[in-house]
Design a protein around this ligand. Structure first.
Ligand SMILES: [Mg+2]
Length: 171
């Protein structure tokens, strides 16, 4: 059945990036994780904290590849990626699928071996879906640090999110 807003629906919702433990991912055959940074791993424009470093370290130690696909500018993304030891691409223009495809190519992994995690339906989730990658939505780390433009999008996101919840219930 075709659903309203289907392209914007995540495949999954988890309460936070920390829920993505290597054990859970490996059990599902996941070999790589594509991350958004801002409000997915840390608050908007915040540097990598110990929690973030630990998240990436645990994945890497378990042999799971990571790749950051961010719409933010190079200095921000490069610094963060360096701190957590991840490969990255910046100014990805999500919901374009381009950054996600680049991530697959550079990780050397197939679509079904990877998940993509993000806090925004209109960029992260839509982009991942377009690239045919399993999309995982997290709630924003700190909604107060959303930029004005993002706050407007959140209003529409709530409408789509509710439609997704409803379709989940009926499936
Ligand atoms: Mg974000």
């Amino acid at each position: 059945m075709k659903r309203r807003f289907q392209a914007l629906h995540p495949d999954e919702f988890v309460p936070g990036a920390a829920a993505l433990t290597p054990e859970r991912l490996s059990a599902r055959g996941i070999k790589g994780v594509i991350f958004d940074i801002d409000n997915t791993v840390v608050p908007q424009d915040d540097p990598a904290d110990e929690r973030a470093r630990q998240l990436f370290r645990r994945l890497h130690e378990a042999g799971i590849r990571t790749f950051i696909v961010s719409n933010n500018a190079e200095p921000r993304v490069k610094t963060f990626a360096g701190a957590v030891g991840s490969e990255y691409c910046f100014k990805a223009r999500k919901p374009s699928a381009k950054g996600f495809r680049e991530a697959l190519r550079r990780m050397g992994l197939a679509r079904d071996e990877v998940i993509a995690v993000g806090d925004q339906l209109f960029t992260d989730i839509w982009g991942a879906n377009r690239a045919g990658i399993r999309s995982v939505l997290v709630p924003p780390v700190d909604p107060k640090k959303d930029t004005k433009g993002i706050r407007i999008k959140r209003f529409f996101e709530r409408i789509v999110f509710r439609s997704w919840k409803k379709s989940e219930k009926n499936s």
